[in-house]
Design a protein around this ligand. Structure first.
Ligand code: NAP
Length: 233
């Protein structure tokens, strides 16, 4: 059983999740590379282990409850506690369709991953997080989920799923006073999701997530942050 700080990053095979995992491995964490695709997950874990330290692939499809339960079981074979959960896995299926054009099916699929997925992984790993001295849950949200200022019409299903994810953050923070539970907006980041015109690198997108995982005060909880500063819901 490991003594180092442990972190599970979902959707860590690429994009922001990979970068967060890479940086946390560099800071001495034992990083669990959560991915639904075995080949991509193993490759990411091998790359990070080669360069930055301790990384273990963990198969997890956040949209599938059985997969999340199996992942918690597999995790327990390697480590006896989880210090940090980064709910990073996410999808954006809609483009600039108007809200009235979005199908129930698309909205349901988006909520299943982006909102329920994060809640279900938190639920599945809560007993392992409770064994940490300073448990932390970081939900990777989006400025698109902010209610302050009103919506501006892009990807409505995605934005609704992130508003609801922020509500999950707030509920978990209230229910788990020993935990630090926060939402993060990484900014607009150059990944498969963000596209190449985005204004931030993955390194910049990872900053607040890595800080919350490794260095932020434990008493910081129930907030929505960007660039290490609180932003309105
Ligand atoms: N990029 C941006 O500008 C931006 C802005 C604000 C917020 N965010 C948020 O940041 C997070 C990471 O986004 P990204 O830009 O890095 O996107 P990305 O490059 O598309 O990566 C998304 C990751 O999530 C994984 N994933 C999707 N559904 C999953 C599931 N059911 N189970 C497990 N893993 C799943 C993907 O796995 P596969 O490779 O198997 O598909 C991939 O590893 C997301 O929550 C996103 O909403 C991104």
């Amino acid at each position: 059983m490991t003594e180092s700080r442990t972190v599970l990053v979902t959707g860590a095979n690429k994009g922001i999740g990979y970068e967060v995992a890479r940086q946390l491995a560099g800071k001495g964490f034992h990083v669990f590379i959560g991915a639904r695709n075995r080949e991509a997950g193993r490759k990411a874990a091998d790359e990070i282990a080669k360069e930055d330290g301790n990384a273990t692939f963990l198969e997890i499809d956040v949209a599938d409850n059985a997969s999340v339960i199996a992942a918690a079981r597999e995790f327990s074979k390697v480590a006896d506690h989880l210090d940090v959960l980064v709910n990073n896995a996410g999808i954006m299926m809609d483009g600039d369709d108007a809200i009235l054009e979005v199908s129930d099916d698309l909205l349901r699929k988006t909520l299943e991953t982006n909102t329920l997925g994060a809640l279900r992984v938190a639920r599945g790993f809560a007993p392992l997080l409770a064994k940490s001295k300073a448990p932390r849950v970081i939900n990777v949200s989006s400025g698109g989920g902010q209610l302050t200022g009103g919506a501006d019409g892009w990807s409505p299903a995605y934005c609704i799923s992130k508003t609801a994810l922020n509500a999950v953050t707030s509920q978990l923070a209230a229910a788990l006073p020993k935990f630090a539970v926060n939402s993060v907006c990484p900014g607009w980041v150059r990944t498969d999701m963000g596209g190449q015109s985005a204004t931030r690198s993955v390194e910049e997108g990872a900053v607040t997530i890595v800080w919350l995982a490794a260095d932020a005060p434990q008493k910081l909880t129930g907030k929505f942050l960007r660039d290490r500063k609180e932003i309105p819901w």
